[in-house]
Design a protein around this ligand. Structure first.
Ligand SMILES: NC(=O)c1ccc[n+]([C@@H]2O[C@H](COP(=O)([O-])OP(=O)(O)OC[C@H]3O[C@@H](n4cnc5c(N)ncnc54)[C@H](O)[C@@H]3O)[C@@H](O)[C@H]2O)c1
Length: 403
């Protein structure tokens, strides 16, 4: 298959979902490649995802943050990296409605650090940047032609906005410094190893516990789902056959309403959908549909292999066999897990007599402002030095303007 031959590949975010499948696949299929994995082991990751590769001589795991320029430069040089496959990111849309600064830091600044390291070391022959279908924004319900790779980017939520921002930097480093970049934009992925904050594993774990499946809004939103092994194969194809400077959609034409996903899972657990599905408050904005034109990748010889019914059964089997993969994930199974990030948050409605929705909003707002202010202060501190911050503190108490 190969036309491009990598030697030493750095895969970021490979203790997470998709990249673990990609890393395990490349380690298994290409013993002549060295695969170095860099992951900061965030809440959604698990080193167990990489167990199939652990003992392979061509595999190395490094715990660390892509935001650390020193570490990234050090790794590129000492491991003689010639190829980067960049998956690391904050990925949960729902969280991005809570604390979007983390998304900017990891997804945009983190990508920038990697790109700059590529520029400085000057040894990278391929930089594969993993983006998402969400950068296109939502597709019209009646559209028959999917977004193609030259379509306009119109992200609608903080997560997709940071992914689009990162893409702009990747494109700029390709243009300005001749970095050999390839970008992918994929549909939703499902399968083993996915942290259960995402829809399919969340529904499976809730069904395993006999709990109701919460649907944001009315469940009419449409998504396209690809099985993880098919997506890992797509990355294998793009790595070897992808053309520098190109964007590749990784998509499927088969679409599914969220309500139908829930019904399919109910059916496989012999649950009555009428009593097992509950409709909960929608996201601040919930894209109706993402529809991709996937012809360009098909032209490279890739096509999806796993039909939904088989993929879903395999996924359910894996979660049933590994119910404690991440330990206690009760918080992730809440209808809107971002509420966990708020101090003292209980997320009960007023009928329980525990709090009113207004109390919740108030606390959320206070918490967000506090967190964002702390973040700004940290940045200022780094930039302008401690004395400026100290001056601000004193100024605040003396009610003087701080500059
Ligand atoms: N899951 C999907 O359906 C989907 C669809 C399209 C595109 N994508 C993209 O694919 C990539 C992987 O998605 P996923 O769902 O497998 O992610 P995930 O959330 O399962 O894993 C992300 C991994 O990145 C690591 N990470 C995050 N920030 C980091 C940092 N600053 N330094 C080092 N490691 C860091 C985390 O520890 C985690 O292991 C992302 O870029 C995402 O935007 C995902």
């Amino acid at each position: 298959m190969a036309s491009y031959k990598p030697k030493n590949i750095l895969i970021t975010g490979a203790a997470g979902f998709i990249a673990s499948h990609v890393a395990n696949r490349l380690v298994r299929n290409y013993p002549e490649y060295k695969i170095v994995v860099l992951d900061k082991l965030d809440y959604c990751s698990n080193t167990k995802n990489l167990l199939p590769s652990k003992l392979s001589p061509n595999f190395k795991f490094v715990k660390g943050d892509i935001e650390s320029a020193d570490l990234v430069n050090y790794l590129l040089i000492t491991e003689s990296i010639d190829t980067i496959m960049h998956f690391a990111a904050q990925t949960h849309v729902d969280n991005s409605f809570g604390n979007s600064f983390e998304f900017t830091k990891n997804n945009i600044y983190g990508t920038h650090v990697l790109l700059e390291a590529c520029k400085v070391t000057g040894q990278i022959r391929r930089f594969i940047h993993v983006s998402t279908d969400e950068v296109y924004g939502e597709t019209d319900e009646d559209a028959v032609v999917g977004n193609h790779e030259a379509s306009q980017l119109l992200p609608t939520n903080p997560y997709s906005a940071t992914k689009a921002g990162a893409e702009m930097l990747v494109m700029a480093y390709g243009r300005s410094y001749g970095l050999p970049v390839i970008t992918t934009r994929g549909n939703n992925v499902y399968g083993p190893n996915q942290f259960p904050e995402k829809l399919i594993p969340k529904f499976i774990l809730l069904a395993m516990r006999g709990k109701t499946l919460p649907i944001h809004g009315d469940g009419s939103n449409v998504r396209s789902y690809l099985y993880c092994e098919d997506v890992a194969e797509a990355f294998e194809v793009i790595l070897h056959k992808g053309e520098v400077g190109r964007v590749y959609n990784i998509g499927t034409k088969k679409e599914r309403r969220v309500i139908d996903v829930a019904r399919d899972i109910c059916k496989l657990f012999s649950m009555d959908p009428e009593t097992s599905i509950e409709f909960v408050e929608n996201r601040p904005f919930n894209d109706q549909r993402y529809f991709l034109d996937d012809q360009r990748l098909k032209n490279l010889g890739w096509s999806e292999r796993t039909v939904w019914e088989d993929g879903l059964k395999k996924t359910i089997k894996w979660y049933t066999q590994n119910p404690d993969w991440w330990g206690d994930v009760t918080g992730a199974l809440l209808p809107h897990p971002r509420m966990l990030m708020m101090p003292g948050s209980t997320h009960f409605d007023s009928e329980d007599g525990k709090e009113t929705s207004y109390d919740w909003l108030d606390r959320w707002f206070t918490w967000s402002v506090m967190r964002e202010t702390r973040y700004c202060l940290r940045i200022w501190k780094r930039t302008l030095g401690r004395s400026f911050i100290t001056q601000c503190r004193y100024s605040k108490y003396n009610a003087d303007p701080c500059v």
